[in-house]
Design a protein around this ligand. Structure first.
Ligand SMILES: Cc1ncc(COP(=O)(O)O)c(C=O)c1O
Length: 506
């Protein structure tokens, strides 16, 4: 049965339909009122937040969201905002809360949030200059700025903003694949089947997913072992490369990580760069997380040799305190973008490529948000030094927390702190838990803290063992907040063990 306009509750007169509903010069009063109201609601909500989460279950939220009749509009923004409070704002996860220490989410720089008003209201699209004008030039300046931070030559390097580290890594691998394939002979399937990507066993899964999306399969990614700090073992990489070359395989790319998701570890960039050069492999550095070190007045040297990479991923929406999404892929040689460029007569004709700066020539996206503006306004308002100092503060907090953890008998760190993540186990020596029980206890500790909203922490698995993980990205968090989180972990862990013993007795 077809749906009529009446059952959809859509007003039928044209003037009713479009009055005040589209942003244009006639509707600015309406826009301002609605945007102000939204802003008030957000600030009221942020002011009222008392915990990083209310600990909702997917089931409870599902009921609320499913109960909404999308074919019955409320007709005014106040009611739709009221509804939003119930289904989203009230139970949202608040990354700016000092007891949020779960994933790589940062509190956002205020100028960047304000810049969103321009990004969304103008709705600029970054694909071509004729849809973006100054926006393209602003993005290009930021790309130049970032390539300078990396240490690339300004004359030869280039880059592009992307939606996130996953996309930046995918694009890097795609360029590496295209360049590798262009040097080989045989049918495409024959050429693809021998390509291999090397990364550490602690690398982000986006590298493996990129291989899958490019038709190489997850098997094409070789996970190299790591040392006690979870950094790629360069000797093991050398051995693997030698064996694979002897077996007729072709090292397409080596992806080092500068700041692994779990341990913040930075792979040894210089020896890996040398191996990439020796074998002709593309050298990529995934600095999605560690990229913040580029602005550090204290720790920049930890990224020494990053300029040896053919490509670098930097996520501004992690350690540069930008709202999602804000990432970039930077290339040492701008010409490498040519391997993914597609010209379309209706958009970016080849004939105009020389005289028109069309960013779509370098992007996997066509229509694309002007995400660069957020970083631009942040830099023009606060400056790079302030951002670097914020990340330095986070690193300092992590070091203090490491010292605090090592004072606690029930907590054992898996590896020394390297950026701002801490992975550790909660143990009770005489509890006599087997591995499965211990893993379950770890999951329960995390879940109970979530349910009560006391803190949001993460967990990860290392060699089959479930461990707790804290990820710090909030420079406003204090050691008091963090010691309270550790106290809560130990208290909840001991409570759970007690409940377990009581349960066994009953
Ligand atoms: C090292 C690393 N690379 C890539 C990514 C993926 O980034 P995104 O979530 O922005 O796609 C992450 C995400 O945490 C990461 O930690």
């Amino acid at each position: 049965m077809g749906t009529s306009l009446e059952t959809l509750h859509i007003p039928q007169s044209e003037s009713q339909l479009f009055d005040n509903s589209l942003l244009c010069s006639d509707t600015l009063d309406h826009y301002e009122a609605e945007a102000r109201e939204a802003l008030l609601r957000v600030t009221d909500q942020l002011a009222a937040v008392e915990s990083p989460t209310t600990g909702p279950s997917p089931h409870d939220l599902q009921k609320l969201v499913s109960g909404i009749d999308l074919d019955a509009p409320l007709g005014n923004h106040a009611d739709s905002f009221d509804e939003l409070k119930k289904i989203y704002l009230r139970d949202a996860v608040y990354f700016h809360h000092p007891k949020y220490a779960a994933h790589l989410n940062c509190p956002v720089a205020i100028p960047a949030v304000a810049a969103e008003a321009f990004v969304t209201s103008l709705n600029t699209s970054m694909d071509t200059f004729d849809q973006s004008a100054g926006a393209t030039l602003i993005e290009r300046r930021l790309i130049d700025w970032t390539t300078r931070l990396i240490g690339y030559s300004a004359n030869t390097a280039d880059g592009i903003f992307t939606s996130g580290g996953t996309q930046s890594n995918l694009q890097a691998m795609l360029i590496a694949r295209n360049i590798a394939v262009s040097k080989m002979t045989g049918s495409l399937p024959q050429r693809l089947q021998n390509l291999r990507i090397y990364t550490s066993q602690d690398a982000h899964f986006s590298i493996s997913n990129a291989a899958m999306m490019m038709g190489l399969g997850h098997e094409a990614v070789i996970a190299i072992g790591t040392d006690a700090w979870h950094r790629m073992d360069a000797d093991a990489l050398r051995t693997q490369l030698t064996n694979d070359l002897q077996a007729g395989l072709l090292p397409m790319a080596i992806s080092a990580t500068a700041g692994t998701t779990d341990f913040g570890s930075i792979d040894p960039l210089a020896p890996i760069a040398a191996l990439a050069k020796e074998t002709g492999a593309w050298f990529h550095v995934d600095a999605a997380y560690g990229g913040g070190l580029l602005l550090s007045a204290v720790h920049r040297q930890r990224l020494d040799n990053i300029e040896l990479a053919d490509s670098v991923t930097v996520d501004f929406h992690k350690s540069f305190f930008q709202p999602i999404g804000s990432s970039a892929l930077l290339l040492k040689d701008a010409h490498s973008f040519e391997s993914i460029t597609h010209y379309a007569e209706y958009l970016n004709p080849r004939s105009q490529a020389q005289q028109t700066p069309n960013q779509v020539d370098k992007s996997l996206q066509t229509t694309r948000r002007f995400d660069a503006l957020k970083l631009w306004v942040t830099l023009r308002t606060l400056g790079a030094q302030r951002l670097g100092a914020m990340f330095d503060q986070v690193l300092k907090l992590a070091e203090s927390l490491e010292a605090e953890i090592s004072l606690r008998q029930q907590l054992t760190l898996e590896a020394p702190v390297q950026l701002s993540t801490l992975v550790f186990r909660f143990t009770v020596p005489n509890a006599q838990l087997n591995q499965a029980e211990h893993n379950e206890l770890t999951n329960q500790i995390r879940h109970r803290l979530y349910q009560t909203g006391e803190a949001m922490i993460a967990a990860t698995t290392v060699r089959g063992e479930r461990m707790l993980k804290l990820t710090l990205l909030n420079p406003n968090t204090t050691m008091k907040d963090l010691t309270e989180i550790l106290d809560a972990i130990c208290r909840v862990g001991n409570d759970l063990l007690f409940e377990r013993t009581e349960g066994a007795r009953a």
